[in-house]
Design a protein around this ligand. Structure first.
Ligand code: MSP
Length: 532
C-alpha cells in the first residue's frame, strides 16, 4: 500500500527584482516532478512556491523606475506566476511575502523570539555584502579576500544598531542535530561544506535593518524593518499557518509540517541549513526533513550573469518550448540538470542530442511502432495474449515482464521518493528500452508476413503495448502532457493525478485488457538540429 503520510515540498521564494530564468524554472520543475510523483503514489502533497518581495534592492529598483516597491513587486511576482501554466507546474499555493497572511504571522513569530530572548537589541560591526544583503564572518571574509563571492565587489565594513538573532546559542544543538540526521542536507558534499563552516563558530545575526523601509516593521520598533532573509525563511511556515496554530489555515495545513523538503540552489544553503533550523529550534518547532541544495546551470562553460548577458531567459526557453515542447524541456531539466554537486552546462546541441536519443528514438519510437503495428495487424485493438510470464528477452535468466516491471516500478518509486529524479527517469526508461529490444529481437513485422505466426505476434505486441503503458505511467511526473497523450492513445488515461492506489498499482502488469482501442501515436517528432 502506498504511504499515506502527508508530504511538503518547497522552492526558494524568488526575488522580484529579477525576472524568471532557467535557474528559478529549474528548481521549481524539480519540485514539481517530486510533487507529482508523490501524488501519483497516493501521498497527500503540498507543493509551495512564491516570491520574496521585500528589501533594499527592491526599494531601490522601484525608485529607479519611479514606481512604488509594491507596484514593482506586483508586476514581477506576476511574471513568476505566469510561468506556472506553461511549465506545467502543479503548485498548491503561491506565497508572496507582501501578503497580509505572511506579514501578520512573521510579526507573531518575531514577537515570540523577542519574548524568549532569542532576538535582542545590540550593536554590530562586520563585513557586509551589499549585493546579497548579507553579513560575512571575519574568517570567511578573509578567505574571500574581502570580496563578494557572488558579485566580486568589495565587502564593506558596516556598523549597525540592530536586533540580533542569538544564532551563537544554537551551535551545539545544531551540531547534535546534524550528527543525528546525516541526510538532513543533501547532497553529502554540500553537508560537509556546512559542517566545515560550522566549525568556525556561529555569530549572532542581525534580523532588522534601518537603512531602508521596504519590509515588515519590527514589532514595537517600527524604525526597524525585519531583514529580508528572516522574513523570507518564514514563508515555509506561514504558508501552512504555523504562526497561528489555532487559526483556520493551520487547521487545514499544519499536517504538512514537519516532513518538509526544501529544495534550493547551493548559494543559499547556509540560510536554510543553519539559520532556519536554529530559528525553528528557538520557536520549538520541529525540524524539516531535508534541505536539498542543487548546483547551478552554467552556459557554454561560463557562469550566467546579467553582465555577460548569457542567461537562459524566458525568451530563450520559449524558443525551446516552440521547437521541442514543454515535456522535452522538463525531461532535460530532470535528467541532465545540476542536481548533484557539479554545475551543469546548458547547451543547445546537448539538449537536441538528449531529445533525439531519449525521447524521439526511444520513448516515441516504441509508442509509435507498437501502436502502428497493433493497428496494422489487429485493427487497432489490444491483442489477447498471456504476457505476464513471458521473459522480457531471449537472454538466459531474463525476468518475466510482470516481474521486471514490478521491480522497476518499485525502484522508480523509491528513486522519486528519495529525490533521485534522474535515476527515476532512467529506471522508467529502461522499460521502454526493453520493449525496443523485444521488437528488435523478435521482428514482429517480419513474423506477421505469415498468418500462422499471428498468435506469436499478438503476444509480442501485447507485451510491447503493456510495457509502453507502464513506462508512460512511471514517466508521468516528468512529462505530464506527453504521457497523458500516450496513455489516452493506449486507452488507459490515468484517473486524476492523485492515484488512489499508488504508483505500483497503476503500473502493475496487465492494466491493458484485450480489445482496448489503441490509437496510433507519435509523442515526439524528429526536429532539425540547432545550427552550431
Ligand atoms: N529570495 C531568495 C531565496 C529566499 S528562500 C527563503 C533568493 N532568490 S533568487 O531569486 O535569487 O533565487 C535563487 C534560487 O534560484 C536559487 O537558490 C536556485 O534555486 C535558483 N537559481 C538561480 N540561478 C540558478 C542557476 N544558474 N542554476 C540553477 N538554479 C539557480 O535567493
Amino acid at each position: 500500500m502506498p504511504s499515506r503520510a502527508p508530504a511538503y515540498i518547497t522552492t526558494p521564494i524568488y526575488y522580484v527584482n529579477d525576472r524568471p530564468h532557467i535557474g528559478s524554472a529549474y528548481t521549481t520543475t524539480l519540485c514539481d516532478v517530486w510533487a507529482r510523483a508523490m501524488r501519483l503514489d497516493g501521498r497527500d502533497v503540498f507543493f509551495l512556491t512564491g516570491t520574496d518581495e521585500h528589501g533594499g534592492k527592491v526599494e531601490k529598483s522601484a525608485k529607479d523606475r519611479g514606481i512604488t516597491p509594491q507596484a514593482l513587486a506586483d508586476e514581477n511576482s506576476a511574471e513568476f506566476r505566469k510561468l506556472l501554466g506553461p511549465f506545467c507546474l502543479s503548485n498548491d499555493d503561491f506565497i508572496r511575502t507582501t501578503e497580509p497572511r505572511h506579514e501578520s504571522q512573521v510579526k507573531l513569530f518575531v514577537e515570540r523570539l523577542l519574548k524568549s530572548g532569542d532576538i535582542y537589541l545590540g550593536e554590530f560591526i562586520g563585513w557586509y555584502d551589499e549585493g546579497q544583503e548579507e553579513y560575512i564572518t571575519e574568517t570567511r571574509a578573509k578567505e574571500l579576500e574581502y570580496k563578494s563571492p557572488i558579485s566580486g565587489r568589495p565587502l564593506v565594513r558596516a556598523t549597525e544598531k540592530n536586533y540580533y538573532f542569538r544564532l551563537s546559542a544554537f551551535q551545539s544543538r545544531l551540531e547534535e542535530f546534524f550528527k543525528a540526521n546525516p541526510g538532513f542536507v543533501r547532497p553529502e558534499g554540500r553537508f560537509n561544506e556546512v559542517l566545515g563552516r560550522l566549525r568556525d563558530g556561529l555569530q549572532d545575526v542581525p534580523v532588522t535593518r534601518t537603512n531602508f523601509t521596504w519590509g515588515i516593521p519590527m514589532p514595537g520598533a517600527s524604525e526597524h524593518v525585519i531583514y529580508v532573509w528572516i522574513d523570507a525563511l518564514f514563508n515555509y511556515a506561514t504558508a501552512l499557518g504555523l504562526g497561528e496554530p489555532q487559526g483556520a489555515l493551520a487547521q487545514e495545513r499544519a499536517k504538512y509540517w514537519p516532513p518538509a523538503y526544501h529544495v534550493i540552489g547551493k548559494e543559499i544553503l547556509w540560510f536554510h541549513a543553519v539559520i532556519w533550523p536554529a530559528m525553528l529550534m528557538a520557536l520549538d518547532l520541529p525540524m524539516p526533513k531535508c534541505v536539498y541544495a542543487h548546483s547551478f546551470w552554467i552556459r557554454n562553460g561560463q557562469k550566467m550573469s546579467k553582465s555577460l548577458g548569457n542567461f537562459v531567459d524566458l525568451e530563450t526557453i520559449d524558443g525551446f518550448f516552440a521547437k521541442y515542447g514543454v515535456d522535452a524541456w522538463r525531461w532535460y531539466m530532470t535528467t541532465q540538470g545540476p542536481i548533484g554537486t557539479q554545475d551543469a552546462d546548458f547547451s543547445d546541441k546537448h539538449f537536441h542530442e538528449i531529445y533525439t536519443a531519449h525521447l524521439v528514438n526511444t520513448f516515441a519510437n516504441c509508442a509509435s511502432r507498437t501502436s502502428s503495428m497493433i493497428e496494422k495487424y489487429f485493427g487497432g485493438a489490444m491483442p489477447a495474449a498471456e504476457t505476464a510470464s513471458m521473459p522480457i528477452s531471449a537472454a538466459a535468466g531474463a525476468p518475466t515482464w510482470s516481474a521486471f516491471t514490478e521491480a522497476t516500478a518499485a525502484k522508480v518509486a523509491r528513486h522519486y521518493e528519495a529525490f533521485e529524479l534522474a535515476e527515476a527517469a532512467d529506471a522508467a526508461l529502461s522499460i521502454v528500452r526493453a520493449v525496443d529490444l523485444l521488437i528488435n529481437e523478435t521482428a514482429p513485422f517480419k513474423l506477421a508476413k505469415d498468418p500462422a505466426n499471428l498468435p506469436r505476434v499478438a503476444e509480442i505486441l501485447a507485451a510491447c503495448a503493456e510495457g509502453v503503458r507502464v513506462a508512460a505511467v512511471l514517466l508521468t511526473p516528468i512529462m505530464p502532457s506527453k504521457c497523458a497523450e500516450v496513455l489516452t492513445a493506449y486507452g488507459s488515461a490515468l484517473d486524476g493525478d492523485r492515484a488512489r492506489n499508488g504508483l505500483a498499482a497503476a503500473a502493475r502488469w496487465g492494466g491493458l485488457t484485450a480489445g482496448t482501442k489503441i490509437a496510433k501515436c507519435a509523442p515526439f517528432m524528429r526536429v532539425d538540429a540547432p545550427v552550431a
